[in-house]
Design a protein around this ligand. Sequence first.
Ligand code: NDP
Length: 342
Amino acid sequence: MQRIVLAKRPEGQPGPDNFRLETVAVPSPGDGEVLLRVLYMSLDPYMRGRMDDAKSYSTPVAIDEQMGGGAVGEVIESRSPHFKSGDIAMGMFGWGTHGIVKARELRKIDPDVAPDSTSLGVLGMPGFTGWYGFNVIGQPKAGETLVVGAATGPVGSMVGQLAKQKGLRAIGVAGGADKCAYAVEELGFDACIDHRAASDAKGLRKSLSEACPDGIDIYFENVAGMTLEAVLPMMNVGGRIPLCGMIAWYNAGALGAGETAGPDRLPKAWRTILVNRLTVGGFIISDHFDRFGDFLAEVGPLVGSGKIVYREDVSEGLENAPAAFIRMLGGKNFGKTLVKVA
Ligand code: NDP
């Protein structure tokens, strides 16, 4: 089998030399384990954090260790009564052509309900993240205004579409005219602001003010950086911020377009949270999988009926995973980033 390991830790933006493709023997499953041939592999922003040797909610990938992550595959050998050859299942197999997982850590997928790949995106962890953060932390009410960055990605597009279903005004922030057009025309956002066209946070705030005449009640935080700086002073009293991600800062030290190092803005930000009585709720979705069934029960039918749409950005071949990952971190993906492995 082939797999991709972490060759060295990145400084700032990762490059191809941070990864290494290896060929190793296909492992044999032990008791209660299942061997799968990977069909699609997921590439997610959180994997950037795992490449650093820094304390976080999960342990970093070690040098020479296989990159971890979710994938969907076909069972080719099972030593569990719960799976048989030919079953399709989703689990944490990592970046490889094959994976061995304990049967109890696998989720069986019914390929007749939705395409296999959706178990990694709209009906998988990212879609669930959007659903959970929006409903549980966002506490949405009809008539309110919501803003979300990375609006066309699997998390942001779920948040925007759910907001519209619940009668909110939904404003997206995305990179580029094509993404913004898709957000409005296909996802149903009321407006979408191109952050890459904004000169700085003030310019972005001006565009957002025009799109949000009544201020912002929910800021679903996917990106931080300049978008956060633009949004924070626009939050209404009692506003909520589901703090999901901050991709603009993942390549530590690198400032995004339009950002300046400037003075320490923490006191001002903290004061805004106090004065406007904001609720900021950080969450890590792996803590909340007890709600996954509720998510699937609500969103599965909406995807099936086309009321929630999704877009995938699929690269072919395991060897192209590093390039696809680097593209995603730079915002060059358009939709859920996947690699078709087999
Ligand atoms: P996406 O597929 O949307 O990919 C990331 C996107 O981030 C890029 O396409 C780009 O979109 C945007 N981006 C990159 N750099 C910047 C920047 N400097 N400023 C603004 N936007 C930028 O990602 P996901 O939907 O998978 O994830 C969205 C966020 O949710 C991430 O921060 C991720 O870490 C987080 N997350 C958190 C989870 C949790 O448990 N808390 C679980 C899953 C995801 P564009 O071109 O439109 O700017």
